[in-house]
Design a protein around this ligand. Structure first.
Ligand SMILES: [Zn+2]
Length: 384
């Protein structure tokens, strides 16, 4: 649940509630700024108790033809209703304070295309909004499959919804914005996204896609804090496909980022198979959440590619005295990570929570995912 902030801080926060409120006000003929009311600061931050919040992330949204065909069937042939395929996980997504998806491929109008140069129906953006997502990472090795135009059409598709895209940009100014969501308790969560690679395709502009370089990520996280973020979640498209163990490059980038006091959590995708979740000190690293929605199975790819997980980061925000702006601020730490194993059931391509699913292969997939991801005092699998 989210509520609008009292005013727009310098770096463009966004939240679904404020968008909805402004739209409703316009429809009713009320003043257009009616959505920008309701101060969100606790009355006395210095004496307020810590608040707990959750940030949910997951694996790749990867639309091959059988997936977009299923979405079109679900949409009665009129639209690509990916939301129908994601419906079994929608309650989990909506329950999170901030839900982050990952669009691996560009959203481009016209005929869809699959591997190797993807064009995904723009209806995916509306579908993830309907599923309950707030933010979607668009930085991946496929971001440039449709060139600079694909970057633009993807951003346009998301900006026609309440879902905030992060990781690709349409201008230098756009790239400087900090994608941020404000939760119901007033905690601001920035979500920064990067990719290790773009499949050898050169960037049309230096701002088109955020590349995963430690120094740049650390300075962006510092900037996010300066712009008002209380927590900074870094999402990385990294690693090696079909490899469940993190690569040396993943481990060394994670180690550098974990030393930054401005980074709250690191989450990842790309491998198309689940990778472990590890805490090192105060910062959790969700190395890779596998596939959320894809056509991949043991028949084409890795046996673990039909499954993935939703990672629920549990964060504790401790209020501290208001800063110069007079707004409440918080010190935020991750306390633990829960994960929900997911599975793409076929032939309908519905994404189900796998631990208690009766779909063929779901529970075996969940057990495999748990073996890979692991469990510890601060990391545990949950059915939903
Ligand atoms: Zn990828």
């Amino acid at each position: 649940m989210r509520r609008p902030g009292p005013s727009r801080p310098p770096a463009m926060p966004s939240c679904r509630r404020s968008v909805v409120a402004v739209t409703a006000a316009l429809l009713l003929g009320a003043p257009a700024d009616a959505g920008a009311q309701a101060p969100a600061s606790p009355d006395d931050p210095a004496s307020a108790s810590p608040v707990d919040l959750t940030v949910l992330t997951g694996g790749d949204l990867l639309a091959h033809q059988p997936v977009w065909d299923a979405a079109k069937r679900a949409g009665g042939g009129r639209r690509y209703a990916f939301d129908a395929l994601l419906r079994p996980i929608a309650a989990i997504v909506r329950a999170a304070d901030v839900a982050v998806c990952h669009a691996e491929t560009p959203l481009v109008p016209g005929a869809p295309r699959g591997y190797p140069s993807f064009r995904t129906p723009v209806g995916l953006a509306l579908s993830v909004e309907r599923t309950g997502y707030d933010v979607c990472s668009t930085a991946s090795n496929h971001s440039l499959d449709a060139g600079g135009r694909g970057v633009s059409t993807t951003l346009r598709a998301f900006r026609g919804t309440s879902v905030v895209p992060t990781g690709t940009s349409s201008s230098a100014r756009d790239q400087r914005r900090i994608p941020m969501v404000r939760t119901a308790s007033g905690v601001r969560v920035a979500v920064l996204a990067y990719t290790e690679m773009t499949n050898g395709i050169g960037l049309p502009h230096r701002w088109s896609v955020n590349l995963a370089r430690a120094g740049r990520i650390i300075s962006d996280a510092r900037r996010a804090h300066a712009a008002g973020a209380d927590a900074v979640v870094v999402t990385l498209h990294w690693g090696e496909e079909y490899r469940t163990a993190p690569t040396r490059a993943q481990r060394s980038l994670a180690a550098r980022l974990q030393r930054s006091k401005d980074i709250t959590a690191i989450v990842g995708q790309h491998a198309h198979v689940p990778q472990p979740i590890r805490f090192s000190g105060r910062v959790p690293v969700v190395y890779g959440a596998g596939n959320l929605l894809s056509n991949q199975t043991a028949a084409c790819c890795h046996p673990a590619s039909q499954g993935g997980y939703l990672a629920r980061l549990r964060l504790r925000a401790t209020p501290r005295p208001a800063g110069a702006s007079g707004e409440a601020r918080f010190t935020v730490r991750a306390t633990r990570v829960e994960y929900v194993p997911t599975f793409v059931s076929r032939p309908g391509f519905r994404v189900v929570p796998a631990l208690r699913s009766s779909a063929s292969g779901a529970r075996a997939s969940a057990r495999r995912t748990i073996r890979i991801v692991g469990r510890s005092a601060r990391v545990r699998p949950v059915p939903r």
